[in-house]
Design a protein around this ligand. Structure first.
Ligand code: ME8
Length: 646
């Protein structure tokens, strides 16, 4: 049992939140629920980032005070998370006194230490992103993050010495490959921000007043990102009441959208270094939920309201869609058609149907009583062993933050069980009196598969697992069942009376033609994506663009050693250009560690990191194999690590 402190970004209450915000929060919720189930001491924090020029302007436009403006939206956010059954342990608002005290302490501490100094700022500012930019960083004269106009700002300001800590941060990032994930974001931070050199950061403003006052210079308010990032420790009581802080810090995971990885992996760690505090273990920058018309934003008028979706389709369907459809780390397309497709196929046809078929047959063939299994045959064992493999894979995926993959594994059990029913044909067995024991074994296997699915679905869905459980007629409440024990095949007792209820996921019928117009855009979106998928599927061929997505690089092996407890795996520390990485490769039966050191090899440099035998691998080396021969692919002559292979 460990501890698990997980956070979401604290969202701006400049508008009601949309489905993109719900995405991050639901993913964090699934991870928090999973860690609670495996027995970790979990702290799950979310909240709101309420200061800054953007909010002040929005409040002015609405004709109310900033506090009234944010209070109203924050109420809606509380309601939203209630609707989603988000299981956060705390909700921090940056306008709370507990937070303001911490920020003032930090500012003053850094000032006393000499890491904050007073000067004059003249430069560019993007108010929607609350970010400072240099001329060089702009893209076509606009904010490189959101593409909007920037403003020229000239004012007296306090500055934070980011530059002083740049080398230490670079060293930390290099020596902690798991710190910034996915790897592509780490490379982006190194190449786009750290290598060009860090400039000191302006950390106070004087041209508006909606912020936390600098304690010793009240005409300044603290820059909103210094204010906001501190929430992760102010919510733990730092520095005044350290009980929670000592229990949970450092954070195990800051889950954020990819556009704010920069703040979390450059500014935040440097603040922590300056405070002599340990750094968070991991920052994961996930991709965006996008529409065909681009990223959702209020100003584009293309946001999707999650409450409308919950009302229309039900909570678990939306949670499932968000967690399943979007490969974690990459961008994912949102469309209502894709959502309906998921509900109708995975939830109604596969899961709902499995429950319905199972319970109907138990009612029909054994009077609604779950029978005791007899001797398992090969076919049953296939189902059991697939279920057991899937359980292992779910655990592995959750450890790698691959929530969508975890759900895919659970649904493999569902499809296998449906196929099993067709193969085992209980209706035929029921006609043969001498096949009673076999019939019982088959019915038990069906019910037990479903029960396992209910146990495994608990982190992701919040109503369905208990519904399945209740329909199976199990008396003990699911919430009281030990997760590990609940995942053991055979836990289900025979002799209990099932309670078949309503279908858990009714099929969503086609939209009526008169309503279809409104959906036109969404249909177009899903078609474009699906056509692209279909082309790939039909031809089995990839385009040059697909190939170009694979970043193949020459790497030099610096160190190599066996992975403890495995006779197949070697752990290699390789250099790719100026960067160091750890790669785990299944070559130990063909190469000794010392054979590899000093050699140039070829690696896939932008592969999602994964853990093999609990060891992090941030890439894959290329090797050719046939029968039981294997040879590692190497450049024909030495070319230098980092060289691109195409
Ligand atoms: O950036 N797809 O707040 P914010 C996926 N206050 N995720 C999305 C998304 C989309 N289309 N849109 C938003 C801020 N998000 C700061 C954070 S933290 C110390 C301060 C999610 O209200 C995603 O997690 O703009 C993104 O990073 C966050 O909402 C931005 O929320």
């Amino acid at each position: 049992m460990g501890k698990f402190y997980i956070t979401t970004p604290i969202y701006y209450p400049s508008d009601n939140l949309h489905i993109g915000h719900a995405y991050t929060t639901v993913v964090a919720d699934a991870l928090a629920r999973y860690h609670r189930l495996i027995g970790d001491d979990v702290r799950f924090l979310t909240g709101t980032d309420e200061h800054g020029q953007k909010i002040q302007r929005r409040a002015e436009a609405a004709g109310v005070s900033p506090q009234v403006f944010v209070d109203n939206i924050v109420n809606n956010i509380h309601e939203l998370w209630k609707r989603f059954k988000i299981s956060h342990d705390d909700f921090i608002r940056t306008t709370e006194e507990r937070h303001e005290k911490t920020v003032q302490y930090i500012f003053e501490y850094l000032y006393q230490k000499g890491d904050i100094y007073k000067s004059e700022y003249e430069g560019l500012y993007c108010t929607p992103c609350e970010a400072f930019w240099t001329e060089r960083q702009l893209k076509d004269g606009k904010c490189p993050d959101c593409g909007r106009d920037v403003e020229l700002v000239k004012e007296e300001s306090y500055f934070f010495r980011l530059s002083k800590y740049a080398d230490r941060l670079m060293e930390y990032i290099e020596s902690h490959p798991e710190f910034i994930q996915p790897v592509s974001r780490k490379n982006e931070m190194i190449n786009n921000f750290l290598k060009p050199g860090l400039e000191d950061l302006c950390v106070s403003r004087t041209t508006f007043n909606w912020g936390i006052q600098v304690p010793f210079d009240p005409k300044h308010v603290v820059y909103v990102w210094l204010d906001a990032l501190s929430n992760y420790i102010s919510a733990l009581g730092y520095p005044h009441d350290r009980e929670l802080f000592d229990r949970y810090w450092p954070a195990d995971l800051h889950l954020v959208g990819k556009e704010i990885v920069r703040f979390h992996t450059i500014i935040w760690p440097i603040i922590l270094m300056a405070l002599d505090l340990p750094l968070p273990k991991q920052v994961f920058g996930h991709g965006w939920l996008v529409l065909e018309s681009g990223k959702m934003s209020k100003s584009k008028g293309n946001v999707i309201d999650p409450v409308v979706l919950i009302d229309k389709y039900g909570l678990d369907a939306i949670r499932y869609y968000l967690l399943r459809e979007i490969p974690f780390g990459s961008d994912g397309f949102y469309s209502e058609d894709a959502l309906i497709l998921r509900i109708n196929t995975d939830l109604a046809n596969d899961l709902g149907n499995l429950l319905h078929r199972t319970l109907s047959m138990i009612e029909k063939f054994t009077g609604g009583v779950i029978p005791a299994p007899g001797t398992y045959q090969d076919l049953d064992r296939q189902v059991i062993s697939l279920a057991e493999d899937c359980i292992t894979a779910v655990k592995q995926s959750m450890e790698n933050l691959e929530v969508s993959a975890a759900l895919a594994h659970i649904f493999k059990i569902v499809s296998r069980a449906n196929k099993y029913i067709d193969e085992a044909a209980p209706w035929a067995l029921a006609k043969q009196p001498d096949q009673k024991e076999r019939l019982h074994t088959v019915l038990y296997t069906m019910a037990e598969s479903l029960r396992l699915v209910a146990v495994l679905l608990q982190p992701f869905m919040v109503e369905t697992p208990a519904k399945i459980w209740d329909q199976l007629g199990i008396q003990q409440s699911l919430a009281e069942v030990d997760f590990a024990e609940g995942m053991t095949w055979g836990w289900l007792k025979s002799g209990i009376q099932v309670k078949k209820g309503n279908p858990i996921f009714p099929r969503i019928e086609e939209e009526k033609p008169e309503n279809k117009g409104k959906e036109e855009n969404k249909v177009k979106e899903v078609k474009a994506v699906e056509e692209a998928k279909a082309v790939q599927k039909d031809e089995g061929l990839i385009s040059i663009d697909d190939f170009a997505k694979i970043d193949l690089r020459v790497a030099k092996v610096l160190e190599a050693e066996r992975v403890e407890g495995s006779d197949k795996l070697l752990k290699l520390m390789v250099e790719v250009g100026t960067e160091k990485r750890q790669i785990v490769a299944g070559i130990a039966q063909y190469y000794r560690p010392e054979d590899m050191v000093g050699k140039e090899i070829v690696v896939v440099a932008n592969l999602k990191p994964a853990k093999l035998r609990g060891v992090l691998s941030e890439g894959m080396l290329l090797a050719a194999s046939v029968d039981n021969k294997l040879t590692v692919i190497r450049p024909e002559s030495e070319i230098g690590s980092g060289a691109k292979v195409r």
